[in-house]
Design a binder for this molecule. Structure first.
Ligand SMILES: NC(=O)C[C@H](N)C(=O)O
Length: 328
């Protein structure tokens, strides 16, 4: 239990949901590399009642929106009888699951996602410490009301802004403007500090998560290769555009000719998409052509928001309003 927590009337109850990832991985017996095998054990929380569940065991590149929906349903089921929920997850798509849960969950108890960058047989195995930190954060009395959180390397991030920033470092997560809290240990005693309270946000209840939303990645010299095919088969597109949301001139007529929602995010790692440039393909011309700026969301989070809004049956205009008003 956190040292500064008000003692609850009963032993704290933690739901621990395992989904796979490196935190559950080891070298596979066939010698062909790491695979998820055994979920990590939660060390050192003797007075906590832990309920464990493992709806699936996947490397996180195999996660789909359907798995995220399944996870959201399981958390809704477990939340009323628990004081906090921890989800162990692969780090590659952890931010996507965290954001999908942020959009779809309105449970009262904290939901904390964690993972590891090293597997259980490595000397720098970071799984147990991350898991213990996540459990402390999930049960801490200051954690409710902040939306799903991500805890890695002692940093606490909100699901809207967190992103994976390094392929191998143990401190693999960051994002703009950065952590909203920090958990450290003084001896065995956890010390938790929050720096920020994320604003309450809208919750969405999509009827399905099957909308097809594809991401296209812009580059110098792109003349629209792949755009027409993607626009024909998808229900909506997200473009990881340049800078504040600009594209080569050739993209402008293609976007003008698309009646499906086209969301413009940026491939730059921080900052908003703003319609400031008026040259052909500049952000102002794309918005005039009907494109929707993604605000501060990266392309893969903008994709999940669009997919969820389409699954809820929103029109292009309603979708535009959600993005414009930051209702996420
Ligand atoms: N560190 C990790 O968890 C990476 C792994 N490939 C995964 O996302 O499942």
């Amino acid at each position: 239990m956190p040292s500064d927590a008000t003692p609850p009337a009963h032993a704290p109850r933690l739901a621990l949901i395992h989904t796979g990832g490196t935190i559950a991985s080891r070298p596979s017996p066939d010698g062909r590399g790491l695979t998820p095998q055994t979920p990590p054990a939660l060390p050192g929380l003797e007075q906590v009642e832990v309920t464990e569940a493992q709806p699936f065991s996947l490397p996180s590149p195999h996660m789909t929106p359907a798995h995220m929906g399944q996870l959201a349903a399981l958390i809704r089921e477990l939340a009323p009888t628990h004081d906090g929920v921890v989800v162990t997850h692969g780090t590659d798509t952890l931010e996507e699951t965290a954001f999908a849960l942020h959009l779809m969950l309105d449970v009262k108890v904290p939901v904390v996602l964690t993972g590891s960058m090293r597997h259980a047989e490595e000397i720098s195995w970071d799984g147990p410490a991350n898991l213990l930190d996540a459990a402390h954060v999930a049960l801490h009395p200051h954690s409710p009301g902040r939306g799903p959180l991500v805890v890695i390397g002692g940093d606490i991030f909100d699901a809207r802004t967190v992103t994976k920033i390094h392929t191998t470092a143990v401190d693999a997560f960051g994002g703009y403007p950065g952590p909203i809290g920090r958990i450290d240990r003084e001896g065995h005693v956890p010390r938790l500090h929050y720096f920020a309270m994320p604003e309450p946000r809208a919750t969405y209840h999509p009827a399905h998560l099957q909308a097809r939303v594809e991401i296209l990645y812009a580059y110098a010299g792109w003349t629209g290769e792949g755009y027409a095919e993607a626009a024909a088969r998808a229900d909506g597109l997200v473009i990881a555009a340049l800078g504040t949301g600009n594209l080569p001139a050739e993209l402008l007529p293609l976007i003008q000719g698309t009646d499906k929602p086209v969301v413009i995010a940026t491939r730059t790692h921080a900052g908003p998409v703003l319609p400031v440039y008026g040259y052909a393909g500049g952000g102002a011309t794309l918005v005039e052509a009907g494109a929707i700026p993604a605000s501060f969301l990266n392309a893969h989070k903008a994709r999940l928001l669009l997919l969820i809004l389409l699954g809820q049956g929103l029109t292009r205009e309603q979708i535009q309003t959600v993005f414009e008003r930051d209702e996420f």
